[in-house]
Design a binder for this molecule. Structure first.
Ligand code: AVI
Length: 322
């Protein structure tokens, strides 16, 4: 049996992280990057969100992938190197590697520790498939390292499910997709398989990001505890409430944390006073239409696109050939 190889590129820079966070918290409209929602507890809370009745995104995507897998196999190259972006438990790609006849699997996440166990399990299911765990921060764009020794003649399938692309603004998304287009390389048939949540009824969208059980609220509020650990601040969770609102002009759901009353937050060397009802903008979840997302893929350099959607047009899986 082949054994997975691991490459850790990203090194945690505590000072840079604290500086980035404090810069955002000091801005007129305070903000934080959504990546800080995912500490160990945040990742578990997100998994719980995907099981909520109000949040059907993950289930709809899984159904689409399952229902259309034969057709997908017609569009996607066989014998490809699959690069799974934000692989985590490797579950989504794991279901496709066999049917799509993948020849290599690269699981990318911020830390190889997040994929170590899952890759071990997956390797047992695919004993002959070469697998690599790559620890890198690709939130600013994907750069595949030399250390992967990618074969330029082997087609690549970049896999980015879950509509994480929605957490970028359109301008950021364009830059990110351009980096994915470059990472596809030059082999014939390469491309990007990406899941995109579609624009739908604002009432449903609001509920999906503010569920009755309060799991999304806990997910958002947990960010404050993570920030305290990373930046040495003294946020008290009880001073804040979770807020989700649909911004129609920008076609996105915004998550904010809103101060319940006047709150002073201190950190080493500084502080900020938040007025009652003032917010910290913690996440955007942009919702796309099929034509608008296809146009974005073309603008990023992809030559041909194909989209699979559910009958209610709630979610789309795009194959974008480079
Ligand atoms: C990871 N990402 C696609 C989720 C989303 O729907 O934007 C994160 C999330 N935020 C609140 N609920 C789920």
């Amino acid at each position: 049996m082949t054994i997975p190889q691991f490459i850790q590129l990203h090194q945690h820079d505590a000072a840079a992280v604290a500086q980035e966070l404090l810069q955002g918290l000091s801005a007129p409209q305070a903000y934080t990057s959504p990546k800080y929602l995912y500490d160990a507890l945040g990742s578990r809370l997100f998994e719980a969100i995907t099981e909520l009745p109000e949040y059907d995104l993950t289930r709809t995507e899984a159904q689409l992938m399952c229902l259309h897998s034969a057709d997908m196999a017609q569009h996607l190259p066989k014998g490809a190197c699959w690069v799974d972006l934000g692989a985590g438990n490797c579950e989504k790609a794991g279901r496709l590697l066999g049917p799509m006849q993948a020849a290599r699997y690269v699981a990318v996440d911020i830390s190889v520790d997040f994929v170590r166990q899952a890759l071990g399990h997956l390797q047992h299911q695919h004993p002959g498939l070469p697998m690599v765990g790559l620890g890198t921060d690709f939130s600013g764009g994907l750069d595949l390292p030399e250390a992967l020794a990618l074969d330029p003649a082997q087609p690549r399938v970049l896999f980015y499910p879950g509509s994480s692309i929605g957490n970028f603004t359109p301008v950021q998304a364009l830059g990110f997709l351009q980096s994915l287009h470059r990472a596809c390389g030059t082999a014939m048939g390469s491309g990007l398989l990406i899941g995109v949540d579609l624009l739908k009824d604002p009432v449903e969208l609001a509920a999906a990001y503010d569920d009755a059980l309060g799991v999304t609220a806990a997910f958002d509020l947990n960010l404050l505890l993570h920030i305290n650990r990373l930046a040495g601040s003294d946020f008290a969770v009880r001073d804040w409430r979770h807020l989700s609102r649909f911004n129609a002009a920008q076609s996105r759901v915004e998550m904010h944390l809103q101060a319940r009353h006047v709150v002073t937050v201190r950190w080493p060397g500084g502080l900020r006073q938040f007025a009652a009802d003032e917010t910290i903008h913690t996440e955007n979840a942009c919702k796309w239409t099929v034509p608008d997302f296809a146009a974005l893929l073309h603008a990023a350099g992809f030559a041909k696109t194909h989209a699979w959607t559910d009958p209610a047009q709630r979610f789309a899986v795009f194959w974008a050939q480079s």
